[in-house]
Design a protein around this ligand. Structure first.
Ligand code: CUA
Length: 381
C-alpha cells in the first residue's frame, strides 16, 4: 500500500515537472518589435553569429553535466542490502587534469571568437559613412547630423545599406555645461548596447539591411522615466534619406516673425504663446533645425510620427493633453519641483516638461491655447 502511494506521488511529480516545462516553453512575451535574435543589420548579425554557437556550446555542457548527475544518482543510489562505500577516487590525476583542461579549452575557443567579434564591431567604418551624434538626455534622445547641420529628436532617420557611425555622448557640446546622466543606446535588431557616458565619447556603427522602423530603448537606468526613454531608427532608401535631409534643412514651414509688431503672422497667436506666455522657447526651438536645445528641437515636429521619446503617437489629442499636463503622461521630475520652496531650477533636479495645470509650476494653460499651440506644432512639417 505504501509503495503504491509513493509511486503515485512520483508520477504526480513527473507530470507537474513536465507540465511546468511545457507551460514555460510556451511563454513568450508580447511581440514588442524588439528581438536581438532577428538581426537586420551587419552589427547585429555578427553578435547573433557569436551568440548562437556559444549558446549551443553552453546547452551541450549543461546537458552533459545534468545527464552525468542524473546517471550517477540513479546508478549509484542506495539499495537495500548494499551499504558499502563506493570506491574512493579523490585526487585522481587523470580526472583532475581532464576537468581542468576541457573547460579551459572550451573557454579559449569562446574567448577567441568573442574577442574577434568585439574588435570587428569596434572597427571604424570607411567609405560612404553617415555621421550622427547621439546625445542622451533625460528622457529623450537628440540626434545631430553634423555634416548636414540637422538636429532632430527621438527618430533617427538613416539610409539603408549605409554605415552610420554613431557617436554617443551625454554632454551636449553646443550647450556648454549641459551634461546628462548615463544612458545606454540600444536597437536590438541593429546593434548591441553601447553606454552613453558623460565625459566620454563612445562609438558604434549601425546599418540597416532594409527599409523599416526599428525600435530602440535606453538600456541603462537613468531616473524616473528611464523605461519611457525610447526611440526609433527609421531606415529609408538612400534617395529618400537625401530628400528627408533637405526637408529638415529647410527653414520652418511656419516661420517666426522677427519683430513683436508682426508676431501674429504667420506663426499667428501661437508664437506669442510659445515665446511669451508659456516660455516654451526656454527649452525648445521652433524655427532653427540646426540648433541643439534643452528640450527636443521642434522645428519639424510635424514630420515625426511620435513624440515624448517615442512613447506617444503624434496625434492632435495626445499633443493637447501633453501641452496641458505632460508629467501626467510620463513621470518627470518637473511635477512639482518648481513650486515655492522646491529646489532651484538649476541644481539639476527639475527635469522635463512642466505642467500647465493649476497644480503645476507654470501659468495655467487654457484648453483653447493648447489647441492653438498643438495646431501650430503639427503644421511644422
Ligand atoms: Cu536613459 Cu535609461
Amino acid at each position: 500500500m505504501r509503495e503504491r502511494s509513493s509511486r503515485a506521488r512520483r508520477w504526480i511529480a513527473a507530470v507537474v515537472v513536465l507540465g511546468a516545462v511545457l507551460v514555460l516553453a510556451g511563454c513568450r512575451g508580447p511581440d514588442n518589435g524588439q528581438n536581438s535574435l532577428k538581426p537586420d543589420g551587419p552589427a547585429a548579425e555578427k553578435i547573433d553569429n557569436l551568440f548562437v554557437p556559444v549558446f549551443f556550446i553552453a546547452v551541450g555542457v549543461a546537458v552533459l553535466v545534468l545527464a552525468g548527475v542524473v546517471w550517477v544518482a540513479v546508478r549509484y543510489r542506495q539499495r537495500p542490502g548494499k551499504n558499502e562505500n563506493p570506491k574512493q577516487i579523490h585526487g585522481s590525476t587523470p580526472l583532475e587534469i581532464s576537468w581542468t583542461v576541457v573547460p579551459a579549452l572550451i573557454l579559449v575557443v569562446v574567448a577567441f571568437f568573442t574577442i574577434r567579434t568585439i574588435f570587428d564591431l569596434a572597427e571604424k567604418p570607411s567609405g560612404d559613412v553617415v555621421d550622427v551624434t547621439v546625445v542622451g538626455k533625460q528622457w529623450w534622445w537628440q540626434f545631430n547630423y553634423p555634416d548636414e547641420k540637422v538636429v532632430t529628436a527621438n527618430e533617427l532617420v538613416i539610409p539603408t545599406d549605409t554605415k552610420v557611425r554613431v557617436k554617443l555622448t551625454a554632454c551636449d557640446d553646443s550647450l556648454p555645461g549641459e551634461c546628462n546622466v548615463i544612458h545606454s543606446f540600444w536597437v536590438p535588431e541593429l546593434a548591441g548596447k553601447v553606454d552613453v557616458v558623460p565625459g566620454r565619447e563612445n562609438k558604434t556603427t549601425i546599418e540597416a539591411d532594409r527599409a523599416d522602423t526599428y525600435l530602440g530603448q535606453c538600456a541603462e537606468y537613468c531616473g524616473l522615466s528611464h523605461a519611457n526613454m525610447r526611440f526609433r531608427v527609421v531606415a529609408v532608401a538612400p534617395d529618400e534619406f537625401e530628400t528627408w535631409i533637405k526637408d529638415q534643412q529647410r527653414g520652418p514651414t511656419v516661420p517666426f516673425q522677427s519683430g513683436p509688431e508682426d508676431a501674429q503672422e504667420p506663426a499667428g497667436p501661437a508664437q506669442a504663446m510659445v515665446v511669451g506666455k508659456y516660455e516654451c522657447t526656454n527649452c525648445h526651438t521652433f524655427d532653427d533645425s540646426s540648433a541643439s536645445t534643452y528640450g527636443p528641437n521642434l522645428t519639424h515636429l510635424g514630420s515625426r510620427t511620435t513624440f515624448a521619446s517615442g512613447y506617444y503617437e503624434l496625434t492632435r489629442d495626445r499633443l493637447i493633453e501633453w501641452l496641458l499636463d505632460a508629467p501626467s503622461l510620463i513621470p518627470m521630475e518637473s511635477q512639482d519641483c518648481r513650486k515655492p520652496g522646491a529646489p532651484a531650477l538649476d541644481d539639476g533636479t527639475c527635469v522635463g516638461m512642466p505642467s500647465f495645470t493649476k497644480d503645476g509650476p507654470g501659468p495655467v494653460m487654457s484648453h483653447e491655447d493648447a489647441e492653438t499651440i498643438a495646431d501650430y506644432l503639427l503644421s511644422l512639417k
